[in-house]
Write a protein that binds this ligand. Sequence first.
Ligand SMILES: Cc1ncc(COP(=O)(O)O)c(C=O)c1O
Length: 396
Amino acid sequence: MLNPRLSTLPEYPFQRLRELLDPIDPPAAIEPLVLSIGEPRHPPPPMIAEIFAASADLWGRYPPGDGTPEFRAATAAWLAARYGLDNGAVDPDRHVLPVAGTREALYLVSALAVPRQKGGRQPVVALPNPFYHVYGGAAAVSGAESLYLPAGPKSGFLPDITLVDEKTLERTAMYYFCSPANPQGAVAGLDVLKAAIELAREYDFVLVADECYAEIYDREPPPGALEACKQLGDGFDNVLVFHSLSKRSSAPGLRSGFVAGDEKLIRPFKRLRNYVGPQVPMPTMAASAALWSDESHVEENRRLYRAKFDIAEEILGGRFGFYRPEGGFFLWLDVGDGEAAARKLWAEAGVRVLPGAYIGRDDGSGVNPGSPFIRLALVDDPESTTNALEKIVKVL
Ligand SMILES: Cc1ncc(COP(=O)(O)O)c(C=O)c1O
């Protein structure tokens, strides 16, 4: 009765975390500190509520699947400015598609890009290891073989698709690539992006560039895949970029993002999505257009994260392989045994963190590259962050 592919779905990381920690009582009379979930908790910009109030009449309209002209224009203009693209390179009507948060689109892109067979054999979906769990779920349900590319300290915490053999590349239908990376915060340079794009074109697979942390960075704005396309001079062939307001504007509840890139992919993606129906409501699109047109709230957001990385550097510097991530809002700490550390932190200090193993996979060599790590999301206020990090030092 059930689709047998469901049995290949990787175990859901947060279900595993519940199973690990729910049987354990944290110390009584202390407020638990939750760093396990990457949910931004800075105050969302007031303009969201203002625009919702002013556009209440729009709740009475079915939203168009391809968005409003204002939304498409704002996102295309933001892309051009952010990545130094040529005037008119991103055509709002041909290259951009609104999505109800990037998560659903990162899942659904597998229905767009993974055929039944590639090169006469089972297709391959390449993904970093460890990885954002949605990539693994999408790859499993698409019927593809998941190819986990190690993204540990040896490769600068990024996967390297150029190491994959030719026969496997011939079967590759899609490559999930995340920069800045969740969980490691590593940022891919333009050379890495260009090499991935060149391979995507040579072997005709889709590069799914998840850039939803692109606006949360420490010093330099991370380069993007469309910028790499510009340097290669070939338009956006084989490339889709995924951007979100969840992190940029600290508005994960808004459920608003967009996909941009290759027109030959955007057009059928639009068509497919019209059947599925994950439209973005009209008031949300109005607020989103305003958010993509404003930089001041994003600068403030980055300032808040930088202040917390300063705190982390002071408290953790020199311990647990601490490094200051170039982007994103996670710490990826080498504690030897991530699962044991998560258990101990919850039991002794009421601090909830995610064992790295839960977002990694045994890559066939018997090693899960996430196992030694814990992931900490620095999404709370500075006081709670300080409190949690001091407890981590004390307990571990
Ligand atoms: C790497 C990565 N991609 C995509 C998402 C999805 O974000 P949203 O659906 O809120 O845009 C997340 C959320 O945590 C993430 O960590």
